[in-house]
Design a binder for this molecule. Sequence first.
Ligand code: DC
Length: 204
Amino acid sequence: MTVVAIDGPAGVGKSSVARAVARELGFTYLDSGSMYRSVALAAAERGLSPAEVAPLIRVQPGDRVLLDGRDVTTAIRDPAVSEGASRAAADPAVRAAMAAEQRRLLAHGDWVAEGRDIGTVVAPDADLKVFLTADPEERARRRARELGVDPTTVLAEQAIRDERDRSREHSPLRPADGAVVIDTTDVTLPDVVRRVVELLRDRR
Ligand code: DC
């Protein structure tokens, strides 16, 4: 049973890195952000608060994200849902529900789990904790390329969400104790992946 925790801010390349590391190691990939996004989507659809809706729904993260059995993989990438997820993630009741569910998943098997608080809260005893960073401009460029939109708009929205993620009272975004911080600004994706895989091999 092995857990690799990969945390960091939006647009830093966590998903690409975590997915590739999981593939390389034959581990299962957990995108914890997809769970916050699903809560935000369900809350908006039902006109309830994220805390009210969280206990009522069942989210299955995976290659396809299922919300009560419905495929919401594309719907949760909508910018309005991103904004809602950032707000939902500031609610301690929502965080507690998500963290409990994530711990339940991580208890069996080998995982690469990606998010904001995997190393600090969800899996502080992970075999390897990585915190990815990159310059804000570079992160906005990466996100903009992914979404096919203007980097300037992404940069402005990203700054607001970064600040909210960092300054929230509960589980603010920060490197976990013992986390290896990797600045990915000028590093290619395959090089970051190689480094993470090497770090894990060194520890086993
Ligand atoms: O990584 P993402 O953009 O899909 O995450 C969506 C939102 O959820 C983002 O505002 C950060 C928040 N989040 C969190 O607070 N904790 C996590 N473990 C994962 C995501």
